[in-house]
Write a protein that binds this ligand. Structure first.
Ligand SMILES: Nc1ncnc2c1ncn2[C@@H]1O[C@H](COP(=O)(O)OP(=O)(O)O)[C@@H](O)[C@H]1O
Ligand SMILES: [Mg+2]
Length: 295
C-alpha cells in the first residue's frame, strides 16, 4: 500500500494547514509461499491459520454462523521475529494463498502528529480493507501491540495509547482476518493477546534453510564459484535478508570491476560487512541503554 496524501505534502509542515488525508489502496500480493524459505513447521503453522481464516469466512459469513456464535471469530495472526526473516513476505503469501488482495499499513505511515488523526487513519484502513475485500496487514506494528504506557508523560505516549484503544475497539467489530508483523515486543498488551489467536515465530534460518536461501538467491545465469553448503556452514546467525543482500552487493561489485565470474570471496566480504555493521549498531545501542540507566 502506498498512502497518498491528497494535498501537497509541503502543507503538512505547518500545523495550521489542513491535515493531508491518507488513502489506502489494496495491492496484489507480491509473494507466494513458493518464494518463502522457512522451516516446514513454521510454514505449516502459517497455512493452518490461513486455511482457518478462509473456512471461517465460509462458516461464519456464508453459512451465517455469526448469527448464533457471537464472539468466536478471533482470527488475528501475529508474525514475529528478527528483522529480515520473511514476515512481510509471509503476509503477502497468506493473502495470495487466500486469493485476495493485501492492504498493507505501516504504523509509521498512519501515525500523525495531529492529535486524533492516527485513530481516524486506523478506522479508515479497516473500512478500506472491508470495502475492497482485501486482507488487512499492519506491518511493523510493535508500537501498537506493546503494552500501554501507564505513566504517560509525553504527547506521543497519550497518542499511542489512544491508537491502541481504537484499534481494540475496531478489531472487536471486525469480522475478518487481520495480520500483524512485529520485530520485537517486550511487553505484549494482554488485551491484544486475547484478540490475536495465533502468534508465529520467524526464526533466523537454520543450516538447511540458509543453504536453500543461498541457492534461491543465486541466479543460474550468474557465473560464480559459490558453494551453497560451504557458505551456509561458514556464516550463521544471519537472516534471509542478509543473504539476499549479500549476493546482490557481491554481484554489483563484480559487475563494476567487469569480472567474468562472481567469486565467493566477494560474497564473504559483503556478508562480513553486514555482520560487522550490525555488531557496531548493537554496540551503540548498548551504550545508549547504559547511559539511560545511569542518568
Ligand atoms: N524466509 C525467507 N525466504 C526467502 N527470502 C527471504 C526470507 N526472509 C527474508 N528474505 C529476503 O529478505 C527480504 C526482506 O524480507 P522481509 O519479509 O521484508 O523480512 P521482515 O518483514 O521479517 O523484516 C525479502 O524481500 C527477501 O529477499
Ligand atoms: Mg517487514
Amino acid at each position: 500500500m502506498i498512502p497518498i496524501p491528497k494535498s501537497d505534502s509541503k502543507t503538512s509542515e505547518s500545523k495550521k494547514s489542513p491535515e493531508p488525508q491518507i488513502e489506502f489502496f489494496p495491492e496484489e500480493p507480491r509473494y507466494s509461499f513458493n518464494d518463502l524459505i522457512l522451516p516446514d513447521s513454521v510454514k505449516d503453522q502459517i497455512l493452518d491459520v490461513a486455511d482457518y481464516a478462509e473456512n471461517s469466512k465460509i462458516v461464519f459469513e456464508t453459512w451465517n454462523f455469526q448469527s448464533v456464535f457471537k464472539q468466536s471469530k478471533r482470527v488475528g495472526i501475529n508474525l514475529y521475529g528478527a528483522p529480515g526473516t520473511g514476515k512481510t513476505m509471509a503476509a503477502h503469501a497468506i493473502a495470495k494463498h487466500l486469493g485476495r488482495k493485501i492492504l498493507a499499513v505501516n504504523y509509521a505511515d498512519i501515525e500523525s502528529k495531529y492529535v486524533g488523526e492516527t485513530p481516524k487513519n486506523i478506522r479508515k484502513a479497516f473500512e478500506a480493507a472491508k470495502s475492497t475485500n482485501s486482507i488487512l496487514f499492519f506491518d511493523e506494528a510493535d508500537a501498537i501491540l506493546s503494552k500501554r504506557v501507564t505513566n504517560m508523560t509525553s504527547a506521543t505516549d497519550v497518542s499511542v495509547n489512544q491508537t491502541r484503544s481504537v484499534m481494540l475497539m475496531v478489531m472487536n467489530d471486525y469480522q475478518d482476518f487481520v495480520i500483524f508483523a512485529t520485530n520485537f515486543i517486550e511487553n505484549f498488551d494482554p488485551a491484544f493477546m486475547r484478540r490475536i489467536s495465533s502468534h508465529i515465530e520467524f526464526p533466523l534460518p537454520d543450516l538447511k534453510c540458509r543453504r536453500q536461501l543461498w541457492e534461491h538467491y543465486i541466479p543460474k545465469e550468474m557465473p560464480n564459484d559459490i558453494d551453497a553448503v560451504e557458505i551456509a556452514t561458514k556464516y550463521e546467525g544471519i537472516s534471509g535478508s542478509d543473504i539476499s543482500n549479500a549476493i546482490l552487493m557481491a554481484a554489483f561489485k563484480a559487475a563494476r570491476r567487469r569480472e567474468s565470474i562472481v567469486r565467493k570471496e566477494l560474497v564473504f566480504e559483503s556478508i562480513e560487512a553486514t555482520i560487522a555493521s550490525r555488531r557496531s549498531n548493537q554496540g551503540l545501542k548498548l551504550v545508549e541503554e547504559g547511559s539511560e540507566v545511569s542518568s
